[in-house]
Design a protein around this ligand. Structure first.
Ligand SMILES: Cc1cc2nc3c(=O)[nH]c(=O)nc-3n(C[C@H](O)[C@H](O)[C@H](O)COP(=O)(O)OP(=O)(O)OC[C@H]3O[C@@H](n4cnc5c(N)ncnc54)[C@H](O)[C@@H]3O)c2cc1C
Length: 337
């Protein structure tokens, strides 16, 4: 992963807990930093004798060629408070180019987006881009603890006024209406199921919304999820015996079947990279989800897998960067979505 020094060109205080940071992209980096609505940047921030790598979704629309992230403070969080407290216009931050799969792909079904708290960041980028570039209807359900914590309240209001026929923005405030529950989601959706759904927010909100949609009969391929998992999450203690002695595993990548020699003690991703096979991957810390593939045979154990829902796991999804073999005959499909 390569990082590039980008200058902070603008900072906006969005709420008492969140700030937006815009970066100047020099001409020579323009192509590298092209992005799709819904993608994120990865920042490398100096921390004590080392550094912290953190992903932040772009809240700006790619149409404006503006690269803005919006960072909400996490209680006792290192990077989020460092950014909110200590970064000024003119500072330089090392940043890796945009990445991520939380992007609309079908472009022919209306969008319904569920956001909570800072989960609005990739969602607002998708909203702005979709309204400006398609004729699709866009519906937003946005949950916050109270009105003061609504990030982008005014831009959302402006979009509602600009696209009254196509954009429906619904705010849910838990201090007035209680926490979001399955009923809230069901009532909001009514029978509008022929949509593409996007969900981003804290894990309980995402799980609740995803489960509610599934119970209503929405197909998994029409539900996109972006989880803001933090680095501080401890890796699981692996208390099963890993099969370090397996010779190889099978990987379907770009339509070709490969027999990948397994490197003892390494993850499936590390073994693939060592043999010049490059599946999609990014953070290698179980946070970005880029290396999610389908395991079609055999057993693996993941060091950390919080980013995957139970439903993902039932479908055989694994993170290549976290997977260690438990036995022979493992096969993965890196081409499946
Ligand atoms: C794809 C993606 C996109 C994201 N987009 C956004 C975005 O647009 N906006 C946004 O605000 N966030 C976003 N995030 C989340 C962001 O990357 C960080 O995870 C978040 O800012 C918290 O980082 P931090 O360094 O402040 O917290 P950390 O320092 O990592 O701490 C997180 C929590 O762990 C606790 N903790 C800290 N250190 C330890 C420790 N040693 N042991 C135990 N617990 C500890 C802290 O108390 C805190 O509660 C995104 C994440 C991903 C994966």
């Amino acid at each position: 992963m390569n990082f590039y020094p980008l200058v902070v060109s603008d900072i906006i205080e969005e709420t008492s807990l969140a700030k937006s940071f815009t970066f100047e992209i020099e001409e020579k980096y323009q192509r590298l930093f092209q992005f799709q609505a819904g993608q994120f940047l990865s920042l490398r921030l100096p921390w004590e004798d080392s550094y912290l790598d953190r992903c932040y979704s772009l809240s700006s629309s790619p149409d404006k060629n503006r690269h803005t992230i919006t960072v909400k403070r996490v209680k006792d969080g290192r990077a989020s408070n460092l950014l909110n407290d200590s970064i000024n216009v003119g500072d330089i931050i090392d940043i890796a180019p945009p990445s991520g799969r939380f992007v609309p792909t079908s472009h022919h079904r209306p969008l319904t987006l569920f956001a909570a708290g800072s989960g609005i960041t990739p969602i607002i980028s998708i909203i702005k881009h979709t309204l400006a570039n398609t004729e699709l209807a866009v519906t937003l359900f946005y949950a916050n603890s109270n009105q003061q914590q609504i990030i982008f309240e005014q831009p959302l209001e402006e979009l509602s006024q600009r696209y009254p026929e196509r954009f429906n923005c619904h705010h849910h405030l838990s201090n007035e209406e209680g926490r979001v529950n399955e009923n809230t989601i069901n009532q909001f959706i009514e029978s509008q199921l022929e949509q593409d759904f996007f969900i981003c927010g804290p894990t309980p909100f995402m799980d609740l919304t995803e489960n509610a949609l599934q119970k209503l009969g929405v197909a998994d391929q029409n539900i996109a999820l972006e989880r803001f998992i933090s680095d501080a999450e401890p890796a699981a203690n692996i208390d099963v015996e890993v099969a370090n002695d397996i010779a190889s595993f099978d990987a379907l990548l770009d339509g070709e079947n490969h027999t990948v020699p397994y490197l003892a003690g390494q993850t499936l991703l590390e073994s693939m990279l060592a043999h010049d096979l490059k599946p999609a991957y990014f953070c290698q810390k179980a946070r970005c989800g880029m290396c999610t593939v389908i395991k079609t045979a055999g057993d693996v154990v993941m060091r950390s897998s919080e980013i995957l829902s139970d439903n993902d796991k039932e479908k055989g999804k694994i993170l290549l960067c976290q997977s260690l073999p438990l036995g022979n005959d493992i096969a993965v499909n890196c081409d499946a979505d």
